[in-house]
Design a protein around this ligand. Structure first.
Ligand code: ZN
Ligand code: ZN
Length: 369
């Protein structure tokens, strides 16, 4: 029987859609389910066979290998090696509601005490604080473990008793067909313990609402939108598990002079036309204080970018700092004095005669020819 074709087992054609497969499996599973055929070994075998066929054909990767290579294509496993989690998962999904055992396979991932909830805190930083890093004290309202009962929720040692229904295991198991079914214990809700005398400080909750102050260390060079995870500083667990985490979301204000791209810092420095033409030295402000002299060569064009190495922001992903990129902006005077006007007019006359440069129209003609 183990060698029967999977499509044949499910009674579908080889081009059956996933929906067809599911319907066919469901029909067979209902027909041969052990609960409907107690003690019938043949039904049980057919039930397992259908589950095996469905487990393979409902997985697109496995189905393709099976179509091409048959059973040998399925990783050399000789047929079906018992009920693996995958089959159980599908099976629970399909039959769970039908037979009313939602928790048939022992609750999956919900075993054991659950961690407390994660919390989020938005921390506002100035541009300079983000550049230099800070230690910021923050106050977060959260549920903390009750210190009176140390989180047990009980008043003293006698206030808590092991659950007699599940004997502290939190689950009760019983036999149904050939399954052993584990369910969360209804008496204690899975905790394995029952509080007979609640702690007066937290009314048996094990947690109290508190405002906690902690210091968050923000490393230098952080950027807007980054998150810091502070492990274990979220909410306390409701049933003795670990606390959640605290996520500090950084909000960095823009700067009037600098803007950044990662660790690269940018700013603009205005110079006059004569400074750009003759060359000069300008003082450039640095992030975190101080200034640096920057040489502007004679003949510098507007838009020229000069780089001050290592004067950017600390790089988070490596050692060192980015650079400061200074864009030179040549400013055209908006108002001129009578004397300036005279000089500029003289300059204009000279521009025409002495520079020897060809005018714009000449150059455009060159491009088209
Ligand atoms: Zn308490
Ligand atoms: Zn119990």
């Amino acid at each position: 029987m183990a060698d029967r074709d999977y499509y044949e087992i499910l009674g579908v054609s080889r081009d059956a859609s996933p929906d067809d497969l599911k319907k066919a499996y469901r029909r067979l599973a209902l027909k041969f389910h052990p609960d409907r055929n107690p003690g019938d070994k043949a039904s049980e075998a057919q039930f397992k066979e259908a589950a095996e066929a469905y487990a393979v054909l409902s997985d697109p990767g496995k189905r393709e290998r099976y179509d091409r290579f048959g059973r040998e294509g399925l990783g050399g496993q000789p047929g079906f090696t018992g009920f693996d989690q995958e089959v159980f998962g599908d099976f629970g999904d399909i039959l769970g509601n039908l037979f009313g055992f939602g928790n048939i396979f022992g609750g999956g991932g919900r075993r054991g005490p659950r961690a407390g909830q994660d919390l989020r805190y938005d921390l506002e930083l100035t541009f300079e604080q983000a550049a230099s890093g800070i230690e910021a004290p923050i106050v977060i309202p959260r549920l903390d473990r009750c210190t009176t009962c140390r989180g047990t929720g009980a008043d003293g040692k006698d206030g808590i008793k092991t659950c007699s229904t599940c004997r502290g295991r939190g689950q009760v198991a019983f036999q149904q067909g050939f399954f052993t079914i584990a369910r969360t214990c209804g008496s204690c809700g899975g905790a394995g313990k029952r509080i007979v005398k609640p702690c007066p400080a937290c009314a048996g909750q094990g947690r109290v609402q508190a405002e906690s102050t902690l210091t968050v260390r923000v490393p230098p060079g952080v950027d807007d939108g980054m998150r810091l995870r502070v492990s274990g500083e979220g909410e306390a667990s409701a049933n003795g598990g670990p606390a959640g985490d605290l996520y500090v979301v950084l909000r960095v204000a823009p700067h009037p002079v600098f803007h950044r791209e990662g660790a690269q810092l940018h700013c603009e420095v205005p110079v006059t036309f004569s400074q750009a033409a003759l060359g000069t030295v300008v003082r450039v402000p640095l992030i975190g204080g101080g200034e640096e002299d920057l040489d502007i060569e004679a003949g510098t064009q507007s838009g020229t970018v000069l780089r001050l190495r290592g004067k950017g922001l600390p790089a988070l992903d490596r050692n060192g700092r980015g650079d400061l990129h200074v864009t030179i902006r040549v400013e055209t005077p908006r108002r001129v004095s009578a004397e300036q006007r005279e000089l500029l007019q003289r300059l204009a006359e000279l521009d025409g005669k002495e520079t020897g440069e060809r005018g714009i129209f000449e150059r455009v003609k060159d491009i088209f020819n």
